[in-house]
Structure formats: structure tokens, C-alpha cells
Design a binder for this molecule. Sequence first.
Ligand code: PEP
Length: 255
Amino acid sequence: MDKTKRKAVIAGNWKMNKTPSEAKALLEEIVPAVKDADCEVIACVPYVDLSVALEVTKGTNVKIGAENCHWAESGAFTGEISTGMLKEMGVEYVVLGHSERRQYFGETDETVNKRTKAALAAGLKPIVCVGELLWERECDITEEVIARQIKLDLFDVSAEDVKKTIIAYEPVWAIGTGKTATADQAEEVCGFIRAALAKLYSQEVADAVTIQYGGSMNDGNADELLSKVNVDGGLIGGASLIAEKFAAIVKAASK
Ligand code: PEP
């Protein structure tokens, strides 16, 4: 396994934070702070912020993502947003299967799989989130849980498409809790995900896939987490809302 084959990817997940005017102000701080990054920088923002986010980041190295998408092209799905709508705006990435969507909005591996395939078919790059609950870790079934999610979420996704997919390992117990997985725990599961991808596809495919860690990553712990061979970047919640902290994580990933 050779980490140098993969460029780090740092993505902010803003969740349900920032109105359009607040989004503009935050991105106007982030853009100059990350302009020299030697990693991919993405801000995944609420739907209503996409337009202003794309405007502020036009011609810069900051890419924009959405936080979800539906699998149907159009139709009677009140409140949903299609991949075509995102694509036409110029959105490049989409977060799928975040634990908050699984926990509060009935997201299942089946719907994550449908959304993933729809995103890829539309030319969007999905950031597919997987991760175990604290109870599952305590019961020592982390690997079973992750293997199942990887297999189901990526069911019927071609080798070519999986290379365009980012996997975010986000232990649910570490999201928004201030509890971070240790760098060794993150490496262990990210390495397991890569091995699972090698079994499902091939080692060549597995080596090409970006695997992020997410869960209370911040400017204080990013260096150590990102030093691990299988941790190719981070999906950042809370710390992505503070330009200085987000830029520090981007800097750590650029080393
Ligand atoms: C997330 O929302 O994906 C996340 C990792 O949040 P936080 O960094 O706040 O734990």
C-alpha cells in the first residue's frame, strides 16, 4: 500500500448550519486561507447555500458538495433534490449515508446504495459514510458492521466508478462528540476498508480509493490522524465551520 498514490481530500460537512449570507462570509475567509493547499479541498453545504458557495469559490481550488441527493431523476418526491439539479448547478461532490441521515431520517444501506449509483451515473463524486455505533464497537463487531456497509452501499458499483467514490470512515460515537478515534483506531478501520475493497474489486482498485476519517477531527489532532498510511483525508463537521481551524487541517493534509 502506498499512500503517495493518493492525494489527500479534506471535506467540510456543514450539516444544517449557515444561511446563504453566512455561507458567503465563511467561504470568503476559507478561500484565501487554503489557496496554497496541496490536497483537495471541498465544502459540502446545505442546498440553499450551494448557489452562493459556487459563486464565491468559482476559479478557486475549493470544490463544492451537497449533503445528500435523491436517486430518482425527477418525480413526486416532495422535499428531495435530484442529481441532475446538483449537476446543472456545478456541484461536484455529494455526501451520502451520513450517520445523522441513517439515525434521524431512515437512511438504510439500500437507499445509500441507490443514491450512490444515481450520483455516479450523473457524474457526481459521492462521499459515502460508513461507521459503527459505540455499542457495536463494544460488542467487537466493528469489522462485521463496516464490511456489511461497504458491500451493501457499493453493491453493483463498477470498479471504474468505485475509484471515483470517496469512503468516509466515521465511527458514530466520534461524530460531534469531541471523542476522536485514536490515530491507530482510525488506521485499523481505514486499512480494513481498503482490504475489503481489495476483496470485492482488486488491490489496484483498493489502492486508488480515497478513504477519509471523520469524527471530531480538528486542528489539534489532524496531523497525527492524517499521518496514517490508510487515512487519506478527513470529513470535518464542527471544525469546518471555523475558517482558521479548517485551514489548519488543510495545511496538515498538505504536508
Ligand atoms: C461529520 O459530520 O461528518 C463529522 C465528522 O462531524 P464532527 O467533525 O463535528 O465530529
